[in-house]
Write a protein that binds this ligand. Structure first.
Ligand SMILES: Nc1ncnc2c1ncn2[C@@H]1O[C@H](COP(=O)(O)OP(=O)(O)OP(=O)(O)O)[C@@H](O)[C@H]1O
Ligand SMILES: [Mg+2]
Length: 333
């Protein structure tokens, strides 16, 4: 039983407890006096009854604090499942509710950290296993060190390097340690250069650029913005059907610029549109793994865009496919 739970302030609760104790002592003294008890007896009985009243009234006032201390000790040991009973409406109750919210959030962060370690280890192990098998074959003489086997080994090493680079970049961006050096970027030349690089990769897609007005510019870190566009173009051309169209469009929008990359591939189902921006998320597991994607590209792109004060999202392309939209403020943060 917690009789004072409905009261909203700890000061009022303390007042009620003190008044109850004083009134109890006074009443006991009065009755004892009328019944001719000695002063000593009256004092002892008054103190005892006042203490009982305090115990009854104040029960539950401090127990959330003790529960919180115990839960905090459990958290320090890595157990985030404990919650505190937060029924009172005063400051302690408020603290207990905030504590419970914190415990829930910490549990989620802890789960994400474990997932991240598991995913990263899994992704790293795949090329390492392939490389190890190849090297064992070479050492045992099962295979000869010819240009083909060496190229396979080099490809696996490059994949490892790329993966480690992406992970480091992501942790740098997430920790807020990434430096952005914004400068005016003329979008027309910038987009054409990025498309040219995709052409050199030799994918069977048709690339189009539409930047209007022709002198449209944005203030951004050119290397970082290129990283975003290259990633979106890589995804779009990878998911396009043979001969499909990948279109880049840039237009003024609100008080900034809207840059979009559209393709006519399978698109991303509405329910998955948030998930694709999470680390290691791949919708088309088998194919993406074969083609070397770890599912980090969009997570990095979103971090970079947000670092510029912008937003990146996926939507439907008409009539079919996926459209990635980057909104950037003219002047980045
Ligand atoms: N244009 C697109 N069309 C359809 N699905 C897409 C498109 N872009 C991304 N996706 C889906 O989102 C997932 C995550 O994309 P992301 O760029 O983060 O990773 P990735 O391309 O698989 O690997 P990485 O970019 O790290 O090499 C992809 O695996 C794919 O399933
Ligand atoms: Mg990608």
């Amino acid at each position: 039983m917690r009789p004072l739970d409905p009261l909203r302030s700890i000061k009022v609760k303390l007042g009620v407890v003190i008044v109850t104790a004083v009134v109890t002592a006074f009443v006991v003294n009065e009755i004892g006096f009328r019944l001719d008890y000695t002063f000593k007896v009256r004092v002892v009985v008054a103190i005892a009854l006042s203490l009982v009243m305090v115990q009854l009234m104040a029960s539950g006032m401090t127990s959330p604090l003790r529960e919180m201390a115990a839960a905090a000790r459990a958290m320090a040991r890595g157990d985030y499942t404990r919650r505190v009973r937060a029924t009172s409406r005063d400051e302690v109750g408020e603290l207990a509710r905030a504590f419970n919210r914190m415990a829930t959030e910490l549990a989620a962060v802890d789960r994400q950290r474990r997932d991240l370690v598991a995913n990263a280890s899994h992704e790293l192990r795949t090329p390492i296993t392939a490389l190890q098998a190849l090297l064992e074959n070479l050492v045992d003489g099962v295979e000869q060190p010819n240009p083909h086997t060496l190229r396979v080994a080099l490809a696996q090493t490059e994949r490892l390097g790329q993966l480690v680079g992406q992970l480091l970049d992501l942790s740098l961006l997430e920790s807020g340690g990434a430096r952005v050096e914004p400068q005016p970027v003329a979008l027309r030349g910038f987009v054409e250069q990025a498309l040219h690089e995709v052409e050199l990769a030799g994918r069977d897609v048709r690339l189009t650029a539409d930047v209007q007005p022709v002198d449209l510019a944005v203030t951004a870190d050119p290397a970082r913005l290129h990283q975003v566009l290259a990633n979106l173009l890589d995804n779009a051309s990878r998911h396009s059907p043979p001969g499909g169209v990948v279109a880049v469009q840039a237009r003024p929008h609100a008080d900034g610029v809207r840059l979009s990359v559209s393709d006519d591939g399978p698109g991303i189902p509405a329910a998955e549109r948030d998930r694709v921006f999470e680390r290691f998320s791949r919708l088309d597991g088998g194919r993406a793994v074969r083609e070397g994607g770890a599912g980090l590209g969009l997570a990095i792109a979103r971090e970079v865009v947000e670092l510029h004060g912008g937003a990146l999202r996926a939507e439907d392309n008409t009539p079919s496919g996926c459209r990635m939209v980057v909104d950037l403020p003219v002047r980045s943060r």
